[in-house]
Design a protein around this ligand. Structure first.
Ligand SMILES: [Zn+2]
Length: 350
């Protein structure tokens, strides 16, 4: 005679999921008690957060630095036209939507740019970190945190109709730096600007990222894929690159020698050209909280200003300046960092 576990009403809504034998009831209980960080809630992060919320991951921390624009809707499946009109940061819009999808889990939105000063605090209590970012600086930071604190993380990236993903289990698999010693130099690789990006490719990669996270969170590490996956969906080719040779190398500065160059801030930049946005983000090194309401009054003679609790927007000349309460700003209308800095200095202060 087998013992039937007592009925747990928390599990009812996920019954089609945990009836899948490899996941199981025990796996579902573990999911409910787990915590995931989704770093970036644009195209990949939208799909990942949506999938993990529906799957019943108990605590989801959604981190994003940006706000929504109409041209995001082509691929960022969590959002709709009303969200664009509401002019909220993506993390806040995402959390509002995810709470309507699943009110029984905890959703924690964070509007912030992930950098060396905050990444450990944001990620160290996670059971898994899932990459929804669009740049290698953040990915190398996540990799440092992952190796330092022994937290698995899932890398994913897409461009055109292509995508890549790899799952990194500290101590078991090669890390991101074993694969790519350095981030590609700025301007050396195509971007969404020059190559475009197709939503189905994002959905495929993000779904795979989410599934790998579900395996880890439900206690099924043995099922995690140990290869670099590369998909090319227009001409249709799917490849897996074996990483065994890398695993035996052992000379990786990060996972072999314990050097955390991104986490130590040695590699930090305080500005970034945002992929596909004709915009530059500036992060002042010393963060002083800004009262948006006071700033809105100060800026109102200069040009049209709007603000809410989360952001302020000023239109001036050919630029759109969006300011966050932590002093960070996104300057739209230029991809030139020096121009963006001078716009910021002129209106917000240096
Ligand atoms: Zn490594």
């Amino acid at each position: 005679m087998t013992d039937t576990p007592p009925h747990d009403p928390r599990l009812d809504r996920y019954v089609r999921q945990w009836f899948f034998p490899a996941l199981g009831r025990e796996g579902q209980v573990r999911l409910l008690e787990s915590q995931a960080v989704v770093c970036g809630c644009g195209a990949l992060g939208s799909v990942v957060a949506n999938t993990l919320a529906r799957a019943g991951v108990g605590h989801l921390r959604i981190i994003d630095r940006d706000f929504l624009e109409l041209n995001n809707l082509q691929r960022q499946v969590l959002y709709d036209e009303q969200d664009v009109a509401d002019d909220l940061p993506k993390a806040i819009s995402a959390a509002n939507k995810l709470r309507r999808i699943n009110s029984e889990i905890e959703i924690e939105p964070i509007v912030a740019d992930v950098d060396a000063t905050n990444v450990e605090q944001l990620c160290r209590d996670a059971d898994v970190i899932v990459d929804g970012s669009d740049n290698f600086e953040i990915r190398f930071l996540l990799n440092d945190v992952s190796i330092k604190h022994g937290i698995p993380w899932i890398f994913g990236g897409c461009l055109g109709a292509e995508g890549q993903s790899v799952s990194i289990l500290p101590g078991e698999t090669p890390c991101l730096r074993c694969l790519f010693e350095e981030p590609p130099p700025a301007g050396s690789t195509p971007t969404c600007d020059t190559a475009g990006v197709l939503s189905p490719a994002i959905n495929v990669i993000a779904s795979i990222e989410a599934l790998e996270a579900i395996k880890i969170l439900s206690g099924h590490r043995e099922a995690v894929r140990r290869t670099l996956l590369i998909v090319e969906l227009w001409d249709f080719a799917i490849r897996e690159v074996r990483l065994d040779a890398l695993a035996q190398r052992g000379d990786c500065p990060t996972c072999g020698q314990g050097k955390f160059d991104w986490l130590s801030g040695n590699r930090a930049s305080h500005s970034a050209v945002l992929c596909g946005r004709n915009a530059v983000q500036l992060s002042p090194p010393e963060r002083q909280p800004i009262m948006l309401e006071t700033m809105a009054k100060k800026l109102s003679p200069i040009g049209p200003v709007t603000h809410n609790r989360f952001l302020l927007r000023l239109r001036v000349d050919d630029y759109v300046l969006t300011l966050f309460p932590d002093g960070r700003a996104i300057i739209g209308g230029t991809e030139d960092i020096a121009t963006a800095r001078s716009v910021y200095a002129k209106y917000i202060g240096s």
